[in-house]
Ligand binder design. Structure first.
Ligand SMILES: Nc1nc2c(c(=O)[nH]1)N[C@H]1C(S)=C(S)[C@@H](COP(=O)(O)OP(=O)(O)OC[C@H]3O[C@@H](n4cnc5c(=O)[nH]c(N)nc54)[C@H](O)[C@@H]3O)O[C@H]1N2
Ligand SMILES: Nc1nc2c(c(=O)[nH]1)N[C@H]1C(S)=C(S)[C@@H](COP(=O)(O)OP(=O)(O)OC[C@H]3O[C@@H](n4cnc5c(=O)[nH]c(N)nc54)[C@H](O)[C@@H]3O)O[C@H]1N2
Ligand SMILES: [Mo]
Length: 760
């Protein structure tokens, strides 16, 4: 165990490299702090997921933390939104004024008039935000990246299995399928593990991606499909696996529901038909399906690519769940076992995120007002209520599923602001999100937050982002390096993780908790926020397990269940096998929940809303298929773009991938600035020529802005130059995933041409 010293003003703190400023792996680190200042970091060898020489952002944390651009004081807007003129005000004043305005707007328009905007998992305070909203009487009008990144697949898993599944454990499996995930760039630790495992020579690897990713280069089969067609491909796999009798008959018989219906549906997807849709030859479809089915245990490492397809995107996960189930990979010992709630130690359960959210405070009438939940029902209150019911019935534990994944449909919030339809949305709190970079269709978002209809916009941030520039108040927030953390990760995992703060908050910064609590107190429900600090709240969460925050953060790191709860676990309440928390008690190939919510219970393929087949007229002028994203090292979303941190120095410009042949036809050379245009708008990025992408497909990077450009309008730190969400769609609900409301960020149509101006 690392020594904790306090000589010569030097201290060591056990922290976690959380997403922002760190990465998704959340490795344990030791922070060296001298006279209160962070001076160094190294991997914590005792930590269960140790840092293996990661060099992406960890070495730059001190530069990031002490960047002169960090926000240190609360700011109030002077002049118009976007003029970048601010007055520094005390926290008390900021919270008083914001609370008073919220009170006023609530009185005029009802509690549903408030929306909260957020990005991907940035905080352990999600339960506090939902607690706040529920007490305010808001129907969870949350606009969030989760709808197009993982929370939708989690919701689908809850619907079909009553729980969510974990990533496959590489040492235990014989076949890995990577679907729409650029592992080498986005999960480097998993990629290192994969390289090692593959080098042993006994792992079959299938990579499904329109681009040949790092893993694609050493895959046994690279399935180079047309973007947006994964559901068709997997229906083809199901067809082959059932037709050839490669499924797990015992597991199907005992533990699945609706096999015959699935068989009939899949019969429509012959490899020949699927080949036409996906561009993948029928023999590759057959070979990959056989490889997956005959190398048990097998698992998917799925990325977020298929979450961003808009219409029909969560159906991809439905097909993957069906594949996991029919091949017996969900069974104990299989590639992707389902684990129930936790952490449960000695029969006692720690306080999960969802147990802190007080959903009972929102009346049925208010719930109905959640924006989008009448049409897109799985991720809103209708889905929540159904799934919570089966979850409670099955486990007998009085807590719902991860309540805070159940959100509104973000683009419908912009519509409600602009058109007051179905009612006016007039107040917005944005935290952990630079949505002008990460949301779909920037022009619409921009119009909404510039609109006088939006009477209050508060942003909780570390840096002055383009989104923060369009706020009325910007509150300086302590980062994960400056505050303790305690999380069940949106209840994705049956464990609780804790970490210390490395240093005291900079300047006048406070953790997000301070804002939710401060506003609650001023709005008259402060008694529900009795904890004075984040650490006290963490102690409260751990108390049922007889643990304290300090113990977990510095010694145990994680609290895990003694024995993870699976469908085979004998439920102490009933004395029977627990089964799956679904209406049938089984893994549902035919989904009763989807049926009850008014959807087709079986998976099926639909064309992307914009494609050579669904919109041939558009394809004439915009002939290439566009993917936006493909996250890359060393950046994390829109963060780390400031010069002086060390990351931008490594990666100064946005880069897009074009096939060499396509580039030659268009006179585009390596490194040229190229315009990419869709029906929505135009941006530019620098060309990288490659033969590892289909000549008909173009991939641009996401989240690009330029902090060095002027802040004030019209620049907004280079918001419009290379931001791929200038190109995406979010204004037409028919293009959204009909089950979750996810909007289309990929598989769109574009044209490309060379920048006639010299580079620079
Ligand atoms: N076209 C297209 N769009 C995409 C994607 C794509 O591939 N293509 N990817 C999508 C995906 S998968 C995701 S997850 C989203 C990512 O979207 P986000 O995760 O929202 O990423 P950012 O835009 O970087 O915004 C995060 C902001 O939160 C701030 N922040 C970090 N930690 C904290 C904290 O603890 N508290 C507060 N208050 N603020 C904090 C950071 O400074 C940053 O400005 O983007 C999505 N958008
Ligand atoms: N360095 C770094 N790491 C990150 C992040 C980061 O910003 N930077 N963000 C984190 C977050 S929140 C997320 S969600 C993950 C995202 O990371 P991933 O899950 O890896 O997703 P992406 O990087 O967006 O793209 C993955 C791959 O999908 C392919 N693709 C595009 N369209 C399709 C399609 O229709 N079908 C299929 N099968 N493939 C397609 C692209 O070619 C790309 O190679 O990364 C996490 N890790
Ligand atoms: Mo994400």
């Amino acid at each position: 165990m690392a020594e904790r010293t306090k000589q010569d003003g030097v201290e060591e703190k056990k922290i976690v490299c959380w997403a922002s400023p760190g990465c998704i792996h959340q490795c344990g680190l030791i922070a060296t702090v001298k006279d209160g200042k962070l001076i160094g970091l190294r991997g914590n060898k005792d930590y269960p997921t140790p840092n293996h020489g990661c060099s992406d952002r960890m070495p730059y944390h001190p530069n990031w933390l002490y960047s002169p651009d960090q926000l240190l004081h609360p700011l109030k807007r002077k002049g118009e939104r976007g003029e970048n003129r601010w007055e520094q005000i005390p926290w008390e004043q900021a919270l008083d004024e914001i609370a008073a305005k919220l009170e006023d707007l609530k009185e005029r328009y009802g509690p549903e008039t408030l929306t909260v905007q957020e990005g991907t998992y940035r905080s352990d305070m999600y339960p506090m935000r939902t607690r706040f909203l529920n007490l305010f009487g808001n129907p969870s009008n949350i606009g969030c990246a989760g709808t197009i990144c993982r929370c939708n697949t989690v919701a689908m898993n809850y619907a079909l299995l009553g729980m969510t599944n974990a990533r496959p454990k590489l040492p235990n499996i014989n076949c890995l399928v990577i679907d729409g995930c650029a592992l080498g760039q986005t999960a480097p630790l998993d990629f290192q593990r994969l390289q090692k495992r593959k080098a042993q020579g006994d792992l079959k690897l299938i990579v499904i991606d329109p681009r040949k990713t790092e893993a694609g280069r050493f895959a046994d089969i690279w399935v180079q499909l047309r973007p947006g067609t994964d559901t068709a491909l997997f229906m083809g796999w199901i067809n082959v696996i059932i037709e050839e009798g490669l499924y797990d008959k015992e597991f199907v018989e005992e533990w699945t529901f609706g096999f015959d219906e699935l068989r009939r549906r899949a019969a429509e997807y012959t490899p020949e038909k699927v080949a036409e849709i996906t561009w993948v030859p029928p023999e590759v479809i057959r070979a990959s399906a056989r490889m997956y089915a005959t190398n048990w245990p097998a698992g998917f490492h799925w990325g977020s690519a298929t979450d961003m397809l808009g219409r029909n995107s969560v159906r991809v996960e439905q097909t993957r769940v069906c594949l996991r189930a029919i091949t017996g990979n969900l069974k104990v010992g299989g590639g992707e076992t389902i684990v129930g709630p936790g952490p449960i130690v000695d029969g006692k359960i720690g306080i999960r995120d969802s147990m802190l959210t007080l959903p009972e405070k929102v009346s049925p009438e208010q719930r109905k007002k959640q924006l989008g939940c009448d049409r897109f029902r799985l991720m809103g209150w209708p889905g929540y209520e159904l799934m919570a019911k089966y979850h409670e019935e099955t486990y007998g534990i009085p807590f719902p599923v991860a309540a805070h994944n159940f959100v509104a449909v973000q683009p419908l919030i912009w519509k409600a602001i602009l058109e007051k339809d179905p009612y006016p949305v007039t107040a917005m709190i944005t935290w952990g999100s630079n949505f002008l970079l990460n949301g779909g269709d920037v022009k619409t978002m921009y119009k909404a937050i510039k609109s006088p209809n939006l009477e209050l916009h508060v942003v909780l941030e570390h840096f002055m982002t383009p989104t923060a520039l369009l706020a009325d108040y910007v509150l300086p927030i302590a980062s994960k390096l400056e505050k303790p953390m305690c999380a069940t990760h949106e209840d994705f995992a049956p464990n609780i993780a804790c970490s210390e703060a490395a240093v005291e908050p900079l300047g006048e910064r406070h953790g997000d908790f301070h804002v939710w609590k401060g506003l609650a107190e001023r709005l008259g429900f402060g008694e529900y926020f009795p904890w004075t600090t984040e650490e006290e709240l963490a102690d409260f969460r751990l108390a049922p397990l007889g643990l304290t925050f300090k113990e977990v953060a510095t010694e145990k790191y994680f609290v895990r269940s003694d024995e993870p709860w699976t469908y085979e676990t004998i439920n102490p309440r009933t004395g029977k096998k627990t089964g799956f928390a679904t209406p049938s008690g089984k893994a549902e190939l035919y989904s009763n929940i989807l049926e009850q919510l008014g959807y087709d219970p079986l998976p099926f393929y639909e064309e992307p809303p914009e494609s050579p087949i669904s919109t041939p007229e558009v394809a004439k002028e915009y002939p290439y298929i566009l993917i936006t994203g493909g996250n890359f090292r060393p950046m994390f979303h829109s963060e780390n773009r400031h010069w002086g941190i060390g990351t931008r120095e490594q990666y100064p410009d946005p880069v897009m991938d074009i096939n060499i042949e396509t580039a030659r036809e268009l006179g585009i050379g390596e490194g040229d600035w190229v315009y990419v245009e869709t029906l929505r708008g135009v941006i530019r990025q620098r060309a990288t020529l490659t033969d590892e992408i289909d000549p008909r497909v173009v991939n641009v990077q996401s989240h690009w802005w330029f902090p060095e450009r002027p802040a004030r309008e019209p620049w907004l730190h280079g918001l419009w130059e290379s931001n791929c969400n200038v190109l995406t769609i979010a204004d037409d609900p028919d293009t959204f995933d009909q089950i979750t409301g996810g909007w289309p960020l990929r598989a769109l149509l574009c044209k490309i041409y060379k920048d006639p101006a010299p580079a620079g």
